[in-house]
Design a protein. Structure first.
Length: 289
């Protein structure tokens, strides 16, 4: 949970800008990534860069906790019950852990996106609780909170899978091939080798970059579906396939399906680096090695 919170707070301003650009907010749609980063503080103050971050923290603590815990548990089950080991069990366990965490915390992500999309002076939702009430009453009860779940699950499987797979594989290869150069004894157990902090950050960053490239179009689709009623073209984005086709036809691949990807690299690489590094440090701190 702490690993998730540290990672997301590090990149919260970039997250806000990504949502504004992905869904073509009319105040910022003519701007690029860096000009939006400069424009948001001018229009909404510096705290505008952290809009929706309170809802993000409420979501990300259980999300991070469930994801990392589920990964360890699934890995054991896949190894013992199915007899699958090597690098493949990391990929399978990571995908299953990501899907589990997403389904458990999806309504909180929905509320966070709605809050982050709002611009000062045009507030539809007054806060987290008000957003929950409005979505529940105006958008069909509980089903309203799960709009866009399918592209999220489909996108999360390769994202989480490749993220855990790449990090775990780089870690095991690094410690096997160059233990003295890349590794050091764990603080809580000198018999266990762990990666040095800067190597941890590097491996986490590479893992984030690879995972993000593979799953990005589904992330754009999810955001569009989540924003739903807030967007003028919401009736054209009711299903995952509809949304993918609509975004592709209207904006193409680079300006549609991959819009904001450069920002996502800047956002996702440090986010994953911090997440995996904090997780490894917390494991030592809590004597889990």
């Amino acid at each position: 949970g702490i690993a998730g919170c540290c990672a997301k707070t590090t990149t919260a301003p970039l997250d806000r800008v990504k949502i504004l650009l992905q869904a073509h907010n009319h105040h910022y749609k003519h701007l690029g990534v860096f000009s939006t980063l400069c424009a948001v503080p001018k229009k909404e103050g510096y705290l505008g860069l952290y809009k929706g971050n309170g809802a993000m923290m409420i979501r990300i603590f259980p999300y991070g906790a469930i994801q990392f815990m589920a990964f360890d548990q699934y890995k054991k089950v896949i190894k013992k019950q199915l007899g699958i080991s090597g690098h493949v069990h990391r990929l399978m366990a990571g995908s299953m852990a990501g899907i589990t965490a997403v389904i458990c915390t999806y309504p909180l992500d929905m509320v966070r996106v709605r809050l982050a999309f709002q611009v000062k002076g045009e507030h539809k939702y007054m806060g987290i609780i008000h957003a929950f009430k409005m979505i529940y009453t105006k958008e069909g009860g509980f089903s309203g909170f799960y709009r866009g779940l399918m592209p999220t699950v489909v996108g999360m499987a390769p994202y989480a899978g490749f993220s855990f797979f790449t990090f775990g594989t780089l870690k095991s290869i690094g410690l096997a091939q160059a233990p003295t150069l890349l590794g050091r004894p764990s603080l809580d157990n000198p018999d266990v080798l762990v990666l040095k902090t800067h190597v941890n950050l590097l491996c986490g960053g590479i893992a984030g970059a690879i995972a993000q490239t593979i799953s990005y179009p589904l992330d754009v689709t999810r955001r569009r579906m989540q924003l739903g009623a807030v967007l003028p073209d919401s009736e054209k984005c009711l299903t995952m396939v509809q949304t993918l086709k609509y975004v592709y036809r209207q904006h193409g691949i680079r300006r549609g399906l991959y819009r904001g990807l450069s920002l996502n690299y800047i956002r996702c690489i440090p986010s994953q680096a911090v997440a995996f590094t904090t997780y490894e440090l917390m494991k030592q701190f809590l004597h889990l090695n």
